[in-house]
Design a protein around this ligand. Sequence first.
Ligand SMILES: O=C[C@H](O)COP(=O)(O)O
Length: 312
Amino acid sequence: MTTSLVDVASSDATLRGFLHGLPGVDRVGADQRAAALATRSIKTAAKAHAIDLAISMVDLTTLEGADTPGKVRAMCAKAVHPDPTDPSVPRVAAVCVYPDLVADAVRALSGSGVKVASVATAFPSGRSSLEVKVADTALAVAAGADEIDMVIDRGAFLAGDYRTVYEQVAAVKAACGAAHLKVILETGELATYDNVRRASWLAMLAGADFIKTSTGKVSPAATLPVTLIMLEAVRDFRERTGRVVGVKPAGGIRTTKDAIKNLVLVKETAGEDWLTPDRFRLGASSLLNDLLMQRQKLTSGRYAGPDYFTVD
Ligand SMILES: O=C[C@H](O)COP(=O)(O)O
């Protein structure tokens, strides 16, 4: 990290000064650029490649109060072999579950190469003490989670208390040990694009390995302009510090078209370097089946019937 960025977090005033000194986001420009990139058409060969890449980037997610070990085991089987009749379909990147279901996912995925991600830190609201957030994280990691998806304290952020957010992210990062930390900004609650840029930098300064748009519980979730702003942030952060941070849009991504629009955005904003599951994920509970259906349509020329794939 350059000296200037190390110093940024040394006091409340320097942290605030740095975040408020970031260039403002041109709202109209960001909306227009995202909309223009979303209309790019891609050739059939590129589409086949994009679908497999998107499958390999999916964090297959279930975050419902009614989740059961059985549902998680079924999801894990699908994560490893998305289409059991076609071994050429790649596995997904990770499954994402509540902390109490991590052990079930770890058992079901043993040796598969699919990572286990767990939400933590009083997901989705983030309303608990730092002690509880750290314990929530430590328990998920002890149960075998490879990745932790934490939520920021939006109340503190919006009140301008950046120090609290910074310290919470840093403490949770320490509790992660070797596990990777994704920091959820919940952009639908951040009110402005400038805040999305500030929250992205704040999370990265505090140690995030990934920045993630949303919990999936708040609308709007992963919009293209917001993902664009976050991709610019990781690009600029690497330029400034040499450190690579990933991006995970999550929430409301349901179709192959949505996934491909995201991949175009990655290529045109952060660059091709980011087109890998180590640097880009798609958090989604019900995207995978559409990717599988479109993949089959490309290979066989026709769609499978609606009952062909198991329910996401
Ligand atoms: O982290 C992922 C999200 O919770 C998934 O949201 P979704 O159900 O809208 O796909």
